[in-house]
Design a protein around this ligand. Sequence first.
Ligand code: ADP
Length: 577
Amino acid sequence: MKLPVADGPTLRRHTGVLLRRHRRPLIGVVLLNALSASAGLVGPWLLGRLVDAVGHGADAAYVNRTVAILVVAVLAQTGMVRYAQRSALVLGETVFAELREEFVTTVTRLPLSTVERAGTGDLVARTTTDVDRVQHTVRFGVPRVLVTVVTIVLTVVAALATNVLVAAALFAGAPVLIVVCRWYLRRATPAYLAEGASYATISGAITESVEGARTVDALGLGSRRRARLNRDIGVAFQAEKRTLWLRSVLFPGIDLAFLLPLVAVLAWGAHLVSTGHATIGAVTTIAVYAVQIAQPIGELIFWLDETQVGATSLARIVGVADVSPDREQREARPDDEHVVARGVRYAYREGHDVLHGVDLDLRVGERLAVVGPSGAGKSTLGRMLAGVHPPTGGTVTVGGVPLVDLPLDELRGHVALVTQEHHVFVGTIAENLRLAAVNADEEDLERALRAVDAWDWVEAMPDGLDTVVGSGGAALTPAQAQQVALARLVLLDPHTLVLDEATSLLDPRAARHLERSLSAVLEGRTVVAIAHRLHTAHDADRVAVVDSGRIAEIGSHDELVGAGGEYAALWRSWQSD
Ligand code: ADP
């Protein structure tokens, strides 16, 4: 399952909105470019007049005057081109900056469940390859398209004004151009889409291999991963070959279309001169226009090609906004802190339930340990209880309201999930903490850090709370990073916490210290601890044994040991170790 790609109408609507938002600068760019292009048209026109004048016996003074005007026109054009192109580039930069900001906002709001299902590779490809391509198109392509279109239109108008009959020959290349371009454009979009998708697959495969490098090594999957990557590269190669073939028809076709008008103007023009319908000067002017117009047309077509690439990438970027939210906010507000799961089912892939109707009634303030074999569905259940994913069946409610009906920021004030993955964001420690509580003042931050026993080292940092951390800033140890994450929890102040093996990755010394920080956070809250080590289960008020997506047993440690079931067996085998 991939993330959605915007369709044609959506993309056009999006582009339309974007352009309308910049209508004034856009008009400015067009006007400035029209001025500079007009200055460029003066030269051939003067040349044509000169040819006719000399033919009628003009003197040297006339020639000098013409040359002087020509020099002025060239200088004026040089000056105007600078401003015209600058205005176009500024517009391109502005539009791109806006697009990028919109995209970041969309990406950070994506429902986690969708991203996990689609695989991170797809999203990574969109944020890297596709953004790069759109950047190229918008920053350089859009300005050049504006410039060339204005130049082409004005050149044609000037040619028609000079002599309509001769100017008609300018269109001799048009049929070839239209046929070739239509042939190309019709095939380009799917071809470039396929190319983009093949890159996404490659970067997905590489990301997975790198992230799971240890597993790949341990299981000796290296050659399989390489074979898979080779296959993906093969697909990308075929996709590249296809787009190359499209271009290898396009470009020669265009060259032919460029030469035809010049030949036609000269031949048809000569005929018109002989019948007295045109002057040699007019033919000269239009012949020079025919040469001059080739460059902007060529550039326009080049950018049309590039724009195809950019448009398909833009479709992939805009498409991300089409991900439907995985939850709907409702008005109902929980009336207590009681979390209950009823008949909860979940399938990562349709038809493959990993939870088969779990019922769980959390007592407010209790500590529940969840144990069971790996792959039994403990983490999945934890995610359901924390409202990370909407269940595919059944409900998880807090105070009678389904978790997934609550707005995300409110949900986090009720239930939070603590995992081994903790991230330090680039920014100050204070900013890292305020992610959980935007309005927290320095005292709140200090209190939170003290609660997790982290204030001492934060105070000792060069700028205290204002020390910049994350990549490029001060490096935090994994234990410190986890403490910052815990302090965020204190600020968030949820009444229920789901701990997914929160401290098991750390070295034992750090883990003991952290466990103290953690206990401080757990104080007075309902806690679901997904446990790998049975001694943590022993300390809990109740233990739930999860097996094959069901709760097999639930009760206090003593009850379960007394019952002589699965937990009793686990406990006996653990103790005899
Ligand atoms: P536990 O925490 O008990 O080890 P999990 O909840 O992680 O079990 O996994 C339960 C089942 O769901 C396993 O079969 C696992 O392969 C599958 N699973 C877990 N996460 C995903 C995922 N993101 N996509 C697809 N399947 C998953």
